[in-house]
Design a protein. Sequence first.
Lengths: 546, 233, 423
Amino acid sequence: MSITPQADWYKDSIIYQLHVRTFYDSNGDGIGDFRGLQQRLDYLKELGVNTIWLLPFYPSPLRDDGYDIADYCSVHNSYGVLEDFKSCLAAAHERGIRVIIELVLNHTSDQHPWFQEARSSRDNPRRDWYVWSDTDDRYRDARIIFLDTELSNWAWDPISKSYYWHRFFSHQPDLNFDNPGVREAIWQVMKFWLEAGVDGFRLDAVPYLVEREGTSCENLPETHEILRDLRRRLDQVFPGKMLLAEANQWPADVSAYFGQGDEFHMAFHFPLMPRMFMALKLEDRKPIIEILQRTPQIPDTCQWCIFLRNHDELTLEMVTDVERDYMYDEYARDKAARINMGIRRRLAPLMDNDRRRIELLNGLLMSLPGTPIVYYGDEIGMGDNVYLGDRNGVRTPMQWNGHWNGGFSTADPEQLYSPLISNPLYGYQAINVDSQLRSEHSLLSWMRRMIQVRKSSPVFSRGSIEFLQPTNHRALAYVREFGKERVLVVNNLANTAQAVELDLRKYKGSIPIEMSGKTIFPRIGDLPYLLTMGPYQFYWFRLRRI
Amino acid sequence: MKDMIVHAFQQAYENFTRRLAEFLPRFLVMLIIIAIGALVAYVLKNVVRAVLRIAKVDKVSDQAGASRLLRKADLPAMTELLSRAIFWFVWLGFIIIGVSVLEITSLQQQITSLIGLLPQIFVAFLILFVGMLAANFFSRAVLLAGVNAGLPSPRVFSETIRFVIALFIISMALEQIGLGRETILIAFSLVFGALMMGLAIAFGLGGRHLARRILEKHFVHNEKGSEDELSPL
Amino acid sequence: MSEESFLSDDFLSQLISVGDVDLLVGISSHNGQGKVGQFAPAVEEGLLRNFRRERIALVHMDAGSKNETEGPVLTESAMGKQGGIESLRTLRWITTNSETAASPDTILRTMVTAADLLHAKACAVIAPSAEGAIPARVESLLLPIYRENYDFVAPLYAHQKYDALLTRNLLYPICRTLYGKPLRELRAAEFGFSGRLAAHCLARGEWQNDGWRGGAEMWMAITAISNSFRCAQTYLGEKSRAASNAGVVEAIRRTVGGLFWCLESTQSFWLKGAAAEPLHTIGPEHQLTNKALRVERKKLFQMYRSGIADLSQILASILDAGTCAELVRLAALEENAFQLSNSLWVRTIYEFAAAYHHSVINRDHLVQAFVPIYRGRVYSVLAEHRSADPDEVEADQENLCREFETQKDFFFERWKTKGQGAS
């Protein structure tokens, strides 16, 4: 098997997000590496994912988990060398798995040679590659993103005796995209990796590229122009590659990043994610329906990316204050779990390790419109450690088995880049790949089956969505349609059994066939279609006309 | 001839004494039967009374509201009423048996037909009883409604209702026992019809303004009338 | 879970789709859905201010509706978004048709049943024509129940000094004397109750009994008081005149009849002699105003006089000879000499209640016979308070309550044995 060229392959992707450091250590130094990842590609193939998204693996002081890049065109020596990466990439392609990598456009590490040069003197040719100011009162309308750690978007550089602009940590100075040199340099970086064979980029922090006085310095027209230019060059030189935008904004603002189909191919639907969690606690479909109804249409060649959890906190930026308070009260009573404006927990602990809820949310992830992203470890229900600082609690080593270091590394446990989760509930002894592979009824086995079912029909990846409005607001029901194919999805968001009556007259005469068990259900007629559902149960019905 | 007359007298005297001799024992037996009957009825009455008291029939009757009706009709309590009814029923039975011993056919027939009439008389009394209660009830209801609505002369309406109902039930009772059936029917129809006609004329013509006000008050909701603004609650 | 067959299939289906709720608010109207539509946004706003996270259902019950319900009370886009506040959850409206909501008693029974089926923690019934700050009223009735675990919250109103005389001269003193609780509005169109109280009321089965015929709200209040439920009263401002627009006769039939029926069904409680206890009051205890009101005083006196004359026989079967005679004597007086004293009024009420208990005549007739006496009392009170200020009126109220207390033993005696008037 290898990669079949296809222009809009990303629409059919099921993306697996991982950091090479966390996945598998091949050389016993306590840190995951590319050779280790390569050894575990078969696992990913069996899982059913067809795309890997790699978090930053570049040389970096690692003060922001690799998002502070010190060299764009190399591999951090902890993870191997460039050849290791290319070998892993080729092995992934052989298994039909595409690879997209992280590209942090907005800023570099303050250890990057560019910044080192820029700060060395005001006359340095690279001085203008960053945003400098003699005062710290410019761009006052820009919000601070890392509220827990930063007091200002300006940091004082003692070397060049001036302030430099940073939207994230102070050790991550922002690049100045008004400088054509910067734009060209970034293109060269992209070209480097594309020539190496990567299938696309996840561009980090794109809304913040450009600053203008009197604005929020987010989503400015100039930013879009820069991104369109990058896309133009990409399409010209490397057709069939994909750009994924990380823009934590309201849908109307994010959809601007699709342009007319001439900017990003995909973008994360950030506002949907917390609302899925909220809907579950409220036992009410309202948050999900409302945000999706507020989501504008996007160009046909584009696609949303949807996800449950990722390497960052469960962000609550795109909710109202009342909703945020509600989420904190329901999901993060322990204040140690709260960081910035979010919750730093994995999926399973957020669901109190309730298998039914985990399945339901994954069912939503796989059936709502968009390309789904599975965060590494969530397929086995890994736990977290909120006491590790920053967001490191959700970046612990992958748990492969119940033995030494959870099968992640042969190194001494103290040598591991991060302690393993070892409590009785989520510890590697209880939650690991090997034990779950032994059972057909484990979460991992279930995930594999669900992914297979999803891949069995293009309706999930490419179909339209029409929401049904049963009077029981605890039921979230919708019909996905693509060509002649129709799938009815019904979800019970409540902790209690529910009766749901659906108006399916439009599909009168069709026979619903439940997709995982292929069971036939009664034909749809004129009367409301009654379904009785157990707590957190969901159905996917293929509607067949026979 | 003298011999014939004496012989006839002797024959008649012998017949008389023979019949008397035949009658007296029967009469005595009848008395004995009646006496026994009285005794049996009395014992039975006491037994029934005791049983009914144990079964708390009076309490059930109270709860059903029947006791109230009996009190209003100046009848004894249910237990007593039933036990007395048993007494009379049993004793009447013995009396009939006793009378049948006399073998006087015409007397038996009269008694039989009287007994046959008893159910009709009972039903007639029942109709009167219930009817009187109904008359009281409805006339009182009309009186109260009239007083509270501020109608003039509510007693007139009340007594009229009582009279009409009384007339009606008396006719029914008489009809029930078959006394002058057709006469009663015709007379009732005439009187009732005349009364209704009179009321219609009086109310509809003579009292048409009052009729209009009453109808408006009940069927036209948005008219406030001259009620004050006080609210009781 | 209670089984109630009087719920229509449509209503039951709506309850199923709503599921469990934390708060249930009932809004009753009489053949006037349009009015409810106007004031529904205010009700929603009142809920969203304090209960944005809670699961809420609103029930619109239209009694005596001549038409089928005309669809949702609010447009879907307006639901759950009032006063600039948006709810986290779907705010559910349930509507009933005329089959289910035939009378005020059925309305309350529907509410109580729905509360039980939906496991509602706190419920409130709102009168649709309530004036003043509706959001605040909604909060006032629900907050004590939902946040402070009260079971029954009665309203407190500001009355015009001549208004609500049946409440102030009968219901309030009786409640205070016999039940030991100074509940000012024993029979109110608006009140709050807990799911616990709803379940208790349903379990008692009085809903099937037609002997009370009216005053379900009063029965619920008395049930709460006499069964150790936590009760409170909360100030809601001025009472809507439209909400209390019942005619005198109908009001007395429902109120007095209902009260007497309640006395009978709770006699085991008050015959023991309930100790007087204070009632938690939120806001001002009681307010009387001097607002102008149109009053037909002469007519009241005339109706008393003619009523006593025409009903003398009936009254003789209800009341003691002495009481009767006194009422007759008063009827013969001139208007300006007439005064139905506290003592006579209280004795009359107690004798009526005892007669009701002993069913001396048909109970509904007995209650109707009370109307002229009430009219006389109203006339008397109007005359007495003509130039009184609210404080003086309130002082007289206290005197009246003391009179009820004083004659309590007499009442207990009459209750247990039949009196002279009873035939």
